[in-house]
Design a protein. Sequence first.
Length: 229
Amino acid sequence: MRQLLPEPIDSVEPLDVYRDIPVVAGRPVVRLNMISAVDGATAVDGLSGGLGGPADHRVFGALRSLADVVLVAAGTVRAENYGPAALPIAVVSGSLRIDWDTPFFTAATHRPIVVTSGRAPAEGLKRAADVADVLVSGDAAVDLVRAVEMLGERGFGHVLAEGGPSLNGSLAGAGVLDELCLSLAPRLVAGDAKRILTGPGLLPPPELTLHSLCEEDGYLFLRYRFPSR
């Protein structure tokens, strides 16, 4: 991988590029890692894996190795077939319609965390508590600002968000995203694939700052910082 910005370097390791983590006061830092095609599509046949390549996989591994906890929507866990991971994973679900018998829960090295709201069904809360630590954040819907704070209270200083697009949009709308790590794949997908964020428009749209840019095999790896990060 070669770095193009902020200064040209012929060969860099992803771990060295992404080790520069934003500093945030009063709560954990939140990074968002996503991949998209040149036309903005985030998946091929519903899966992001169709866009990835060796360099993207190394970036994914580097970002996970630097994080304390992964924050991800339940739909993404299902679609991408998440398995047991080497670090804690916090799954966001308001409905708790989750298959609790998958290896993600039953064979976990680190006990998963389930983030939900006060409107979660009692039976779902009971099942969740059997296989995961449960954080109830918000009354009618999941309060992501409070959820991030609660992860901080558990000792997690660096949160890595991995989607999907609805969760990403909600995190951006809540003002708790600090860095966007975007892998741009040299693909055209078209179809009805979602963008990296969905949901209500951000008004005014935050103006991001390009923090670094790397390239390998036609893939671009961009890091954008949010205002005041």
